[in-house]
Design a protein around this ligand. Sequence first.
Ligand SMILES: [Zn+2]
Length: 90
Amino acid sequence: MAENVVVIPPEFLRCAGPNCGVLKGSSDRWWLMWSSINHHGMPEMHLAAWDERLAVQEGTIHVCGEACAQKLQSQFMGNILQKTIRANSA
Ligand SMILES: [Zn+2]
C-alpha cells in the first residue's frame, strides 16, 4: 500500500502569521511553532529554530520572523484567556 504523502518543498511554505502569508523562499531565518497539550491537559506553545524535518511535521506552523512569532504567541495567549473566562462564567 503506497502512502500518498505530499511533501511541500520548504521554499513554498508560507508564514502563518496574521496578515502575513509571506513565502519562505530561500530565507533561512525562519522559525517553527507548534502547540500541544501537556500531561496536565494544558495547552503549550513551542518555538524552535528552523529545521527541515520539523518543518514538514503535521501541526508545525512556519513563521517568518520575530514579529509574526509574537503575533501568534499573542493569539495563543488570547485563546487561552478566552477559554478561561468562558469556563469561569459558565
Ligand atoms: Zn510572517
